[in-house]
Design a binder for this molecule. Sequence first.
Ligand SMILES: [Zn+2]
Length: 704
Amino acid sequence: MKIKTYAFAFIVLASMSCETKKENKEVNPLLSEWNTPFGTPPFDLISSEHYLPAINEALVLHKAELKEIENNKDKPTFANTVEALELSGATLNKVQAVFYAINAANTNDILKETAKTIAPKLASHSDDINLNKVLFTKVKELYLNKEELNLEPEQLHLLNETYKQFVRAGADLNEDKQENLRTINSKLASLSQSFGENLLEETNAFEFHTEDKTVLGNLPSSLVELASSEAKKRGHDKGWSITTQRPSINPFLQSSTDRDARKVLFDAYAQRANNGNEKDNKKVLQEIVSLRVKKANLLGYKSHSDYVLSNAMAEKPEAVLDFMSKLWAPALEMAKQERDVLAAKMKQEGVVGEFGGSDWRHYVEKVRKERYAFDEEQTRPYFEFTAVREGVFALANKLFGLSFVQLDNVAKWHEDQQVFEVLEKDGSHLGLVYMDFFARESKRGGAWMNAMRSQMNVSGHVTPIVTNNFNYPAPTANSPSLLSFGEAETLFHEFGHALHGLFSKVKYRSLSGTNVPRDFVEFPSQVMENWMSEPEVLKMFAKHYQTGEVIPDDMIEKMKKANSFNGGFGTVEYMAAAYLDIKWHSLESSDLQDVEAFEKEAMKQIGLIEEIIPRYRSTYFAHIFSGGYSSGYYSYLWSEVLDADAFKAFKETGDIFDQTTAAKYRKMLSQGGSKSGMELYKEFRGAAPEIEPLLIKKGFILAE
Ligand SMILES: [Zn+2]
């Protein structure tokens, strides 16, 4: 079954508690110069205890730099104010970027504690900057006279963005209101942190253990193996354990013929952080939502959505709801038809009882096999993770001439990690990409990219270092890591984010790479998924891990047909979550809401059928309550509009590797956030994006 992975590229609020170690006198490797290959972080020298003191020290440094800008008695200029602000805090940026990367991908108690400790500190630090009257007055003076400053376009954009950032953060408010805002920001930072931690612990705590192998149904052998090693890890001497982590639960829901077992797992998944214990997220999110309304009101907006979207391509919640309404009705209609087909299949099997959410994935696989003579498990051997990685590298080579060299002289945060140097066609260095493939307890769920060092070019070109992180099943003694089609697609997706970071050719860090509006940021990643499902591309890499046989044409054909089945479900479960996000954040009252009743009512309003639950329910909706996607989960769909339309640009040339289009596409990405998303898109495509290509792609309307 193709479950689209809406991976996140969000920034996790970081943290720490201070274990006093005896190394006070030692040099903190995070703060010294990195005389390493390509200036990479010396993970072999950095220990978890180094982050807190380094961040504290970097904060002191940054404060001193800001004081200097503030105390400068010269008339404000772009250089002594806007650019000086942009360049300040370099050490803090450097340390934070590494900390966020490792805390998300390979955390431990010390790092978690660090994250907790620094979250409120960093929030209040950024308030100290954004609410600083002297700094704001200088920026405002420049902003009001910007026409006379003779700035380059990127500088002008930086000035506009800097001014906007101050205003949106409350710089124009009186002191009482500013104080109020500070308190809210610091509470929000801690609450977001708690939300994420509760969720991780709830997810790790649950296991379904069985010693009856028939319960696993036809679970592929690699995943049976994984379930067995999970059981051992959890202290059982035999049997199999399934968890609520997606790579474990989803294949189980597809394969197991045991309805009761499926229901136990499905319910455990759907109830995460909603169990009335100390890890329950209801109170946490209630408070987050309420504080966000208060903050929006302070800043002159009627809701959090109004506030957030005023900074996005969509601009207003009404625009988001309007664009979603064009897709919702046909998607829901399709999902209802799918449900009827699946329920009929269950009845035909003689199963007594109502068809429910925990049956959906199982019967999708059955019907799919029957109708299309296709079993997704047949394709896993063609998607061994190394082959998929080589596939995405080959695609980057065909489109952009890039090549990749694995480095063994660079320190890593985990032994499983792989580091590659990315080279241009002429052999020159473009940047580095760190790839971390396998699920483990120290890693949060999902897949994401982050920039461990952003490209910039103020005094010399700083090359980018980006990371890609996944939760693929780890290889076991008897089986390599074989991916589902959806998991393989995720690799292409995250690599698209990586390219966005790698291609960056701007002057200023804050405008580089993926520093773009949220409803643009998923576009360069999702567009890559279009290539992956093209037979031309699949044949480049999808080779059987044992025989080396290239994926057969008829299998591709069947897979494509089979994958389009259940498309209503995929869109509906995603859109239900996007609606839930907008509903929570369109609240205009800060009264605490009953979480379950609110969610139920929101889903009733859109007519969601009870056999489908939102892709994320409120208590485990990390994107919006502990990540940076509040009021922005719709962005993936908006980006799909862009990606379908952009891929059509390649198709129109008759060559999906068309070099002229690829060069234009790369040029668009290389400009990062130095222009508005719409401006960049129009430069690439010659027109605004159209919604039709997406409607066709999803099968909601027919191609002409
Ligand atoms: Zn993404």
